[in-house]
Design a protein around this ligand. Structure first.
Ligand SMILES: Cc1cc2nc3c(=O)[nH]c(=O)nc-3n(C[C@H](O)[C@H](O)[C@H](O)COP(=O)(O)O)c2cc1C
Length: 187
């Protein structure tokens, strides 16, 4: 099984990349036979431009070459962990743009969230819940909630044992959900 850690922030000095890299280290240390990969929007050179609503596009046949490459990358995963901050009470625009470029590649697959912020990006995650549900993804209950107060003493990301517990719960639930999704597809 292949699981993406999708980092949603592109700001200079972003905290999101530190959290994404930490998540990958934790996940790889599980040594569980699954593959974990960081997905960074900054490496994708995306243009938020859709000639057709992505829902109408079949077989990754998007007009933009950069979107076709994005679709191929995202389609290759069985499940996703979204690492989301909260900007003005919602998800970051570039993350939503990158998400909205595709449709079928996300549909039917499980997703879990790592949120961080003054209240662990709760409002952003609640907006994400509406978005991913609309696109037909399966939301797992496990979630990592890093607050500035508890997990960033002196502005340094400090996930602690709680962080390890959260990331393992997310991985376990994603793997179970992706297994169930695969069985449903075969049936
Ligand atoms: C445009 C903008 C809006 C923000 N709005 C919120 C917010 O609504 N709630 C919150 O908890 N933090 C907010 N913050 C603070 C972010 O949580 C903090 O900057 C965090 O590090 C952002 O993640 P990043 O560094 O990965 O981009 C905002 C930051 C920016 C840049």
């Amino acid at each position: 099984m292949k699981i993406a850690v999708f980092v949603g922030s592109i700001r200079e000095g972003r905290t999101g990349i530190t959290i994404g890299q930490w998540a990958i280290e934790q996940l790889e240390a599980r040594n569980d036979g699954h593959t974990y990969q960081l997905v960074d929007i900054l490496e994708q050179n995306l243009r938020p431009n859709t000639a057709l609503p992505p829902r109408m596009v079949e077989n990754g046949n998007y007009a933009e070459p950069t979107t076709r490459a994005w679709a191929e990358l995202i389609d290759g995963f069985d499940a996703y962990i979204f690492v989301t901050p909260e900007y003005n009470a919602s998800m970051p625009g570039p993350m939503k743009d990158a998400y909205d470029l595709l449709y079928a590649e996300w549909t039917g697959k499980p997703v879990g969230f790592i949120g961080y912020g003054s209240d662990a990006a709760r409002t952003a995650i609640s907006h994400w819940n509406d978005v991913v549900t609309r696109v037909g993804m399966t939301l797992i209950p496990a979630q990592a909630e890093f607050t500035f107060q508890d997990h960033f003493p002196d502005f340094v990301f400090t996930p602690g044992e709680q962080g390890a517990t959260w990331i393992n719960a997310i991985a376990d639930e994603l793997i179970d959900a992706a297994d169930r999704a695969a069985v449903e597809v075969e049936a």
